[in-house]
Each structure stands twice: as C-alpha cells, then as structure tokens.
Design a protein around this ligand. Structure first.
Ligand SMILES: NC(=O)C1=CN([C@@H]2O[C@H](COP(=O)(O)OP(=O)(O)OC[C@H]3O[C@@H](n4cnc5c(N)ncnc54)[C@H](OP(=O)(O)O)[C@@H]3O)[C@@H](O)[C@H]2O)C=CC1
Ligand SMILES: O=C(O)CCC(=O)C(=O)O
Ligand SMILES: [Mg+2]
Length: 744
C-alpha cells in the first residue's frame, strides 16, 4: 500500500472544457471522497499561465503559482495521475485578447511587444512567448500516446451514426502540397553515436559565424534531423496554387497547424497572406512595416494596425486589398456570415480538425456566400499532407465512409520527450541571410549535418530520443497483443528521418514476443491506402506513427468514425511510471462557449472526461488497491449506460446539455456502485445517493432545462469569475444538494 493518499490531479483549462469542469468536478469529488481519493484541481489556463509568468508585475494577492512547471515535475513521479483537458494553444491574437482581459481586470501585466526594440521589450516578449502556441502538452507528454475509440463508443456510433455528406466522383477537391523545397526535400538525418552536445550555427557568405542555439544535449542512439523549407519555393508554390485555383474556378483553403508548430507555421501562414495580397503589399509594404503589421498573425493583425490611420489612407488600403480578390480565387471561409476568411487568423483553421471536417462534408468547405464548395486544400508540407490526398482519392472512388460499418483505426504515437517536429520550436529559425547551416559538435567541432539555406528559409533541428522509440515499439506490441489488431508502422524509407526509425523499429521489435502478431512497416501513402481498404471492409488496424501523424490521424479517423475526436480514450503512460489521461483528442471548442454565453446551453460532450477518469481510477486502483478499481469499473459501466440511453448533450438549446449528462452519469454511476458486490461498503454508501438521484430526476432535469434560452455572464472569457461560472454551470439546487449530502 502506498502511504500517500491516492490523488488525481484534474486540470482546469479554458473555454468549453473549463466550463464543463465547473459542473463535473463536484460530481467527481462526491464519488472520490467515498474511496478516500483526493481530487486536486490545478489551473493551467492560458490566463493563469500568463499571470504565473509575470509575478513581478502583480500585487502579492494577484500572483499565481507556476502550476504547469509543477505538473511537469510531477510527470517524473511514478505515483502521478493527471487528467488533462484540452487547453488553448494560443495564437498571438488570442494571447493579446487574454492580456487585455487581464489588464482590464486590474492585473498590471505589460503589453505584448509585437516588435520589440529594447532589451526590456525583448525580455517581456520572451516571457510571453512561453505562453504562446502549444505550450502545455509538450511539457506534460513525458510518455507516448495510446488513443482509441473504446468498444462501447464505437458500438454507439454504429447504432447512432452521425451525418456524413456523400462524395461525388466528380469532386474537384484535392490536396496541394509542395513538390520541392519543403522540409521533406531538404532533410538530413542521423543516429547519434555516444552522448554529445551540439550547437546550431550559421556561416554567412561574409565569413561570419552566428550561433543560433548554443547547446543541445543528445544521448547515444538519439535521432536528429536538420531540415529547412525554402521561402522562395514556398512563395512560388503559393503563387502557382492560387493561379491554378483561379484559372480552374475552385476555392482556395489553407491548412496549417500554427498553434502546435508555433514558430514555423505562422511564418508559412504569413507567406500565403502576403502572396495572395501581393499587389497591396507591394504598394503599402513600407507603411505596413512602419505600423508593425505582421500577417503571420493573420489578416486581422493588418486590419487592426491600419485602424489608427487617417480615414482616407485606411480606405485606400482596404480598397487595394479588395482589388486583389478580383484576380485571386475565392477563399474558404471560417465564418461567412461575418466575412471571416481562412486568412483571418492562423488559429482559426487547424489542420488536424479542418481536413477531416472537409472530408466528412464530402470534400467541401464554405464559400463567402455560405455555400459548401469544392476546394483546393493547401497543406504546404508534403511530408504528411499526402495522406489526405490518398484519402480524398479513396472517397472519390469508393464514396463516403459509412460509420455504421467502417472499421476503427486506433493510434500508437511516438510523442514522449518532445519527439520530432513537435519538440523543435526552440530549435527553429527564420534565416536572416544566405548561409551554411550546421549542426556542430561542441566538444570536437565536427559538423554532423549541414545545409545551404537562404534568407527567409525556415531551418530546424528535430530530435527524437532513443528511450521513447523503444517505449513506442513496446506500446505498439502491447496494443497489438491486447487488441488482436494488426499494427502498421507508417514509416517512409525515402525520408531520411523515418529510414533511421525503420532500422530502430526492426531492432527493438526483436526485444518482444511478436509471435502471431501482424506487424508491418509501410510508407505513409501506402499505409493509408492499406488501412482504408480495411476500414471500408469493417476491419480494424492500429496505426503506429510519429508525432505529427499521431496528431493528424487521431482527429481524422475519430471524426469520420464517431463524428468527433472528443469521444476518444487518450492515454499517455508516462515513462517514469505515472499516468497522464488526456480527454479526447480535439480542442477547446470556442463556438460552444459562445452558445453558453448567448443561450445558456453547453453542447460540449464530456465523454472524453468520463473515459479518462475511468482509466485514471483503474490505474490508481492497480497502484493503491481497492476502492479506486471499484469506482473505475462502475464508472465504465455507467458511461456505457449513458451511451445506451443516449444521454449525451444535444446541440440544440432547450434540450439536455453538458450539465444534464453529468446528472445522468452521476445517477448511473451511483446505481452501478450500489449494485456491485466487490465492495459492500461502497455499495452501502452509494445506495441512498442512487435512490435520491433517481427520485429527483424530474425536478433536476427541469431545473437544468429552466435556465436555458437566456444569456449568462461568467465574468470573462479567458479569466472568468470562478464563482459566477460555477453558479451558471450548477443551476440545479436539488442536484447540488443531493451530491453534497453524499459527501457527509
Ligand atoms: N489537446 C489540446 O489541448 C488541444 C487543444 N486545441 C486548442 O483548441 C482550440 C480549438 O481548436 P479546434 O481545432 O478549432 O477544435 P474545436 O475544439 O473547436 O473542435 C472542432 C469542433 O469539433 C467539435 N467538438 C470538439 N470537441 C467536442 C466535444 N467535446 N463535444 C462536442 N463537440 C466537440 C465541435 O463541433 P461543433 O462546433 O459542430 O459542435 C467543435 O467546434 C484551439 O485553441 C486549439 O489550439 C486543439 C486541439 C487539441
Ligand atoms: O497542443 C496542441 O496545440 C494540440 C494538440 C493536439 O491537437 C493533439 O494532441 O491531438
Ligand atoms: Mg490533434
């Protein structure tokens, strides 16, 4: 027995998951108390992370602990058990909005210096940079990723299929990616022999040496890649694609991951905006420079910066921007009613969610007139985007997938210790002048990898450590054994990095008993094709992939199979022995918050949270014995019942929402506990709660329904008032009192 009280750490994040947490945490506590499990919450919202970064600007009573850093430390403790909900990976416009909200609330944090000029501004910017993009997940993900649709969830989707739009064989939708000059083409990779410390440096044409990154420590067996994207090739690619879309009359859409790839993809995004509005930039470029316009943050940045100009100048620029549209293709819209296009903000269209949404919609995105249209889906990086073209081809030939019969594609993802591209942000640079870019051994001066780069190119160093690769192979074998499904390693021998991985996978597979298992290695496009042939026949196939494809595939297949990735089980067995349980595989659904504020209805589905909590309890049970196991088993059964009885939230205001689902979960959970015989003490404890909840079902449901339809105020967006939020999210006095009575 562990001497410490068993503890679950539940993260408080942002937007819809944060709202749901205000309603769900009291339910969890009412159940966990009975098993003497402590449930601690920790705020890692973008607002809390900003405040934690600037204690020196705040009054004593305004300061916030650096909860994320603490969680990062805890990932190394074998007893750790964290439930991690999705959080905002902030783009610059989101960060600015969060800063403004905090300042308006009396937190004297500094403004974000868009174009830092002094050392002080640079220091402030560096501090804010820590809160930008995907700043949370990489800190916590000290393990590889196991994401899948639990059986009950898959069964439910088969019985209650979500809507899918047919594909036409004549669809003109296609994926456009670079065919030269992108990271795929310029990649060099090697496995490091021995422990080393390396630096990243440029040798300019003028003979100067500039060190961009002083020291990166590597261990024996780590795989490193030096790769770059050519700015010239990128601009040429955009120009060709825009012209082609215009000539052929197909819509243009851009799909990047500027949130996760927080250094490289805003730059890739900015090139698209500048190419599209080339003439306007040629004419007003100098003024834009003076105003500090940075379209890497979206067209919204340009519009807000020109607001301060005299009306005539402002109008002239807007007119020049509009003129560009005359010879450019129609742009896919994010919100056609409000005129917000794909170029408005780099965080509005996030590739892992946007491409599956397009495929689910029969290959369509929305045009300015609000109609769904075929699109040229531009995904510049060819390394991964080719999988989408393969799926598009498949749909054109075979028609839309059928959720009632299609197979499932779980994923085992190489993610631990900031694996691959997703850990490269602090080793990614926009090159200032033509140079030779070297990875140099600090001890010996030996150049390990070298590249010729030009001004504007994006150069990065990616690393995947050897221990996570071994752990990944082991996890894939375990999943194959547990599920009886074949495993495909999606690895391309023509890509240097993946060729190194293929060698390692072959080597480490020998460490395991793979007798009777079907384990194959295939390049990505072939792996997609092979998987889809099976999917269409109702057969299941595990994808074992690197970090980016983990992200892409765990939205892609769940969105097609289940309608949303929110219903996925997402486990990160931490390499140090603890467990990180993510909830679903999707984001934080900003649209859902708006619906709550305007109509007091939260359509966020907390199924991901329920699934995560059940496996978290299961793990706690294994480590501490006893009651946690019983709670977990009962929760699993209750979740199954919730699905069976269709008590998930409805999208429509006035019908059952997130809060109503929590009620039914509590009811079923208490009933399961009351009825089980493994732990009579727990059964006795929960019998009265089960009865009370059942007895009060009608009044609780009507109290929950009564509040809907009117706007509510939770006192903020990024930093809402927790009391006001709790009041909004817990409107049924009867439910609240009944839960409270179970704790005493
Ligand atoms: N793990 C993490 O921390 C992640 C965080 N993010 C962050 O989330 C934000 C939004 O990302 P985005 O990609 O637009 O994804 P969203 O969260 O907005 O999801 C896209 C759509 O999927 C549906 N959806 C997602 N989750 C649920 C759920 N639990 N219940 C019901 N429907 C759901 C919603 O559809 P509908 O509106 O039709 O109801 C939603 O609008 C960004 O700030 C991004 O950085 C993104 C991915 C992962
Ligand atoms: O951390 C993020 O920004 C996104 C993570 C994500 O999309 C995923 O893990 O699937
Ligand atoms: Mg994702």
């Amino acid at each position: 027995m562990n001497a410490k009280q068993p503890t679950i750490i539940y993260t408080l994040t942002d937007e819809a998951p944060m709202l749901a947490t205000h309603a769900f945490l009291p339910v969890i506590r009412a159940f966990a108390d009975a098993a003497d499990i402590s449930v601690e919450s920790t705020d890692i919202s973008v607002a809390a992370r900003i405040l934690a970064e600037f204690p020196d600007y705040l009054n004593e009573d305004q300061r916030v602990e650096d909860n994320l850093a603490e969680l990062g430390r805890l990932t190394q403790d074998p007893d750790t058990n964290i439930i991690k909900l999705p959080n905002i990976s902030a783009s610059v416009p989101q960060l600015l909005a969060a800063i403004k909200e905090l300042q308006d609330k009396g937190y004297a944090i500094p403004d974000f210096p868009g174009n830092p000029k002094t050392d002080e501004e640079r220091e402030i910017r560096d501090r804010y940079t820590k809160c930008l993009g995907s700043a949370v997940n990489p800190v916590l993900r000290e393990g590889n990723s196991d994401r899948r649709a639990p059986k009950a969830v898959k069964e439910y989707a088969r019985k209650h299929p979500h809507s899918m739009t047919e594909w036409s064989p004549a669809s003109r939708t296609h994926v456009a990616h670079m065919r030269e000059g992108d990271f795929y083409h310029g990649e060099k990779s090697m496995t490091v022999d021995g422990d080393r410390e390396v630096r990243m440096e440029l040798k300019t044409k003028g003979g100067e040496t500039k060190v961009l990154k002083k020291a990166v420590s590597l261990n024996d067996g780590d795989v490193i890649d030096s790769m770059f994207m050519s700015a010239k090739a990128l601009d040429k690619f955009y120009e060709e694609q825009m012209q082609d879309a215009y000539d052929t009359g197909v819509m243009f859409s851009l799909h990047v991951k500027a949130t996760m790839m927080r250094v490289s993809h805003p730059i890739v995004f900015g090139h698209a905006v500048r190419t599209f509005y080339k003439e306007a930039f040629a004419k007003h470029g100098e003024l834009f420079e003076e105003l500090g316009v940075n379209v890497n943050n979206g067209l919204s940045d340009l519009y807000s910066k020109i607001e301060s100009l005299p009306a005539s100048k402002h109008d002239e620029i807007v007119e020049d921007l509009h003129k560009c549209h005359e010879h450019r293709p129609e742009l896919a819209m994010v919100d056609s009613a409000r005129g917000i296009s794909n170029f408005h903000s780099p965080s509005d269209v996030i590739v892992d969610a946007s491409m599956p949404a397009m495929i689910r919609a029969g290959g369509k995105m929305w045009g300015a007139d609000g109609r769904p249209k075929d699109t040229k889906a531009v995904n510049p990086e060819s390394t991964f985007s080719r999988i989408y073209q393969e799926m598009v081809n498949f749909c054109k030939t075979n028609g839309q997938f059928d959720p009632t019969t299609m197979g499932t594609v779980p994923n085992v993802g190489l993610m631990a210790q900031k694996a691959e591209e997703y850990g490269s942000h602090d080793k990614t640079f926009e090159i200032e002048e033509d140079s030779v870019a070297d990875i140099v051994d600090n001890a010996t001066g030996e150049v390990l990898l070298t590249q010729n780069v030009e001004k504007g190119d994006i150069w990065r160093l990616c690393i995947v450590k050897d221990a996570p690769i071994q752990d990944w192979v082991k996890l894939a074998v375990t999943r194959a054994r547990d599920s009886g499904m074949p495993v495909l390693f999606w690895l391309d021998p023509y890509r240097p990095h993946e060729n190194e991985l293929i060698g390692k996978v072959r080597k480490y597979l020998k460490d395991h008993d793979t007798d009777g298992l079907d384990i194959q290695i295939m390049s990505q496009v072939r792996a997609m094709r092979y998987t889809l042939e099976r999917v269409a026949r109702g057969l299941d196939t595990i994808s074992a992939t690197g970090n980016i494809l983990r992200d892409y595939l765990t939205d892609l297949f769940p969105i097609l199979e289940l309608g949303t990735s929110a219903k996925m089980l997402s486990i990160v067995p931490l390499m140090a022995g603890g467990g990180l349980y993510e909830t679903g595989a999707g984001g934080s659904a900003p649209k859902h918050v708006n619906q709550l504020i305007e109509e007091n209805h939260l359509r966020w589905d907390s199924l991901g949270e329920y699934l995560a909590l059940a496996v978290s309890l299961e793990d706690l049970g294994k480590k501490t014995g006893g009651k946690a196991t019983v709670l977990g088993k009962a929760l699993d059964a209750a979740t199954g019942k919730l699905l069976e009885n269709s008590k998930g939230p409805s999208r429509k205001t006035g019908e059952l929402d997130n809060r109503g689902s929590h009620f039914y979960l509590a009811l079923y959970w208490a009933r399961e506990l009351a009825d089980q015989t493994d732990d009579p003490e727990l059964a006795k404890h929960f019998a009265p709660l089960a009865e009370e909840l059942a007895k009060n079902e009608d009044s609780i449901i009507s109290e929950l329904a009564a509040v809907q339809g009117e706007p509510v105020d939770i006192g903020g967006y990024y930093f809402p008032d927790h009391e006001a939020t709790a009041a909004v999210m817990r409107p049924s006095k009867t439910f609240n009192d009944t839960l409270e009575s179970a704790r005493t």
